[in-house]
Design a protein around this ligand. Sequence first.
Ligand SMILES: [Zn+2]
Length: 112
Amino acid sequence: MHELSICRSISDIVVRHAAGRPVRIVHVRVGALRQIVPDTLVYCWSLVSADTALAGSQLCVDSVPAAIRCIPCEHVTTLSEPLICCSRCGGHDIEVVAGEEFLITSLDLAEV
Ligand SMILES: [Zn+2]
């Protein structure tokens, strides 16, 4: 379960950024190609944060659908299914333009 190690990394970063201030919600953005299950990530967060300064904080996962750009025709296709070709010309000469994100987008801090 690599979600657990991901949560540990998020926790380290959040603790550093919060600098002692109480954190209520941690917003993360996860691309569909990362093969992370949002529900599992949230569950792991409750385990990882339990005995830390982040206990009681929520992880809010924003999933980003994968998208590819066709090199010859420049059309961008958002992938709703694992179909790696251009939806306009059917070409396979593509680059991934979305779906590999993994970042902490914001922290909601409690009033002190
Ligand atoms: Zn195309």
